[in-house]
Design a protein around this ligand. Structure first.
Ligand code: FMN
Length: 226
């Protein structure tokens, strides 16, 4: 390890979803270190099913253009279904609270459909991050266990970034355009796209980064049996 990193407690608290970045690219060796850390993620039977494409420079720009076009032209191609309307109860409340906070910080009114769509489309500019990792996976069974493994990998990578003063944001939205991503990166059809992680140096003062969403107390999610 060549770079100093934060303590574990500081790292988990420093990680949050950043949605505005400086254009300065991250040095290759720093990205390599974070990727090395992420390799320690656990997986079912140690299958390590993640296939990660890290995209920077001209390929990143080409991918962004292709994704904007696919979004504009209404050509989604998700490998896995995604239904935001399915959330109910407390889950729906949390979803709404997070969306309200984000658009309020951006100064976008709830009823302003056009500006909300424009703000959402920044996902396809990777929130101006210089790098994006696309997390692909092979298909085994109903894919649920494999997707769990990719979640383990994604969080380990995000923490590895946070420990080094970097930041990222996981993006299911990128996974909704799987064919577009496969085409630009020349990825075989057998690999399915779950989500992406845009990353770089966060622009801490930007409106898109003012958001600090809360968490319920442990007792809301954890039942202790003795
Ligand atoms: C698998 C996954 C997919 C996500 N997809 C998106 C996305 O497409 N766009 C986005 O802006 N945020 C996305 N997020 C970020 C969540 O909104 C964020 O994690 C949540 O609001 C909690 O905030 P925090 O990460 O700042 O703690 C995603 C998070 C996860 C874990």
């Amino acid at each position: 390890m060549t770079q100093p990193t934060l303590s574990f407690a500081d790292t988990v608290r420093a990680r949050r979803s950043f949605r505005a970045f400086h254009s300065t690219p991250v040095a290759d060796d720093l990205i390599a270190e974070a990727l090395q850390d992420a390799q320690y993620a656990p997986s079912n039977c140690n299958t390590q099913p993640w296939q990660v494409h890290v995209v920077s420079g001209a390929t990143r720009d080409a991918l962004s253009l292709a994704l904007h076009a696919a979004n504009r032209e209404g050509r989604p191609s998700p490998d896995f279904s995604w239904d935001e309307g399915a959330f109910t109860g407390r889950y729906l409340e949390r979803h709404r609270e997070h969306g309200k906070l984000y658009y309020e910080n951006l100064g976008v009114a709830r009823e302003d459909r056009q500006r909300r769509n424009e703000a959402a489309a920044v996902n396809f500019s990777f929130f101006h991050a210089p790098h994006v990792a696309l997390l692909f996976m092979p298909v085994f069974g109903d894919s649920v266990r494999v997707a769990g493994d990719l979640g383990m990998y994604g969080q380990t990578f995000l923490l590895a970034l946070a420990a080094r003063g970097l930041g990222g944001v996981p993006q299911t939205v990128l996974g909704l355009y799987a064919d577009t991503v496969r085409e630009v990166l020349i990825v075989p059809q057998e690999f399915k796209l779950l989500f992406g992680i845009s990353f770089g140096y966060p622009d801490e003062g930007a409106p898109g980064n003012l958001q600090r969403v809360g968490r319920d107390p442990v007792s809301a999610n954890v039942i202790l049996h003795r």
